[in-house]
Design a protein around this ligand. Sequence first.
Ligand SMILES: CC(C)(COP(=O)(O)OP(=O)(O)OC[C@H]1O[C@@H](n2cnc3c(N)ncnc32)[C@H](O)[C@@H]1OP(=O)(O)O)[C@@H](O)C(=O)NCCC(=O)NCCS
Length: 182
Amino acid sequence: MAGFVTFALRKATLEDRSALERLIAESARGLSRTDYTAAQVEAALGSAFGVDTELIHDGTYFVAEADSGIVGCGGWSRRATLFGSDAQPGRRSELLDPGHDSARIRAFFVHPDWARRGIGRAILEKCESEAKEHGFRSAELLATLPGERFYRALGYSGSERVEHRLRDGVPIEFVPMKKDLA
Ligand SMILES: CC(C)(COP(=O)(O)OP(=O)(O)OC[C@H]1O[C@@H](n2cnc3c(N)ncnc32)[C@H](O)[C@@H]1OP(=O)(O)O)[C@@H](O)C(=O)NCCC(=O)NCCS
């Protein structure tokens, strides 16, 4: 339930990387339990789930900071990579064309103690607004199963599950989703 919370958004910096890796692990382990097995989460950490340094360099990755430190993160991208950390195979750094392509929404993770307090929503609104300022008319992403409920509530559609293979062949399901930003 939403309550009174104090957090501020700012752009992520390279100095945040280790704090972000910790947050992402805590978020995925704490908030994915009803959707994924522990083996799936552990296989995803460091590949499908993790920091994409390119977004930090681009200035399109945000952190939500509270008195206790970083409690949420997420970003958008004008590059083709759809998901995953620096270590994810198949990355594509080429720039998208806002006239034809959808901006990417990337790597949202909120600390379990701070879930359902509007942090994800605040970061997503910031990302969509910046993507629109850059001329993008739509946004797309590859949602986790916990993420699917969040993105659907915020206007994204798509429900077909796709199977992705993590390291050691561990399978995991994701959901491609899209939203018209007009
Ligand atoms: C997905 C995630 C980022 C959402 O962050 P959050 O800060 O908790 O989301 P918000 O509080 O802004 O939620 C906004 C709305 O989304 C919906 N929503 C969010 N989480 C939900 C859930 N678990 N179940 C159902 N609806 C949910 C609700 O409508 C919510 O509004 P409400 O709380 O007023 O009902 C967070 O759950 C998370 O980090 N999950 C684990 C990591 C992950 O899978 N990330 C997605 C990567 S694609």
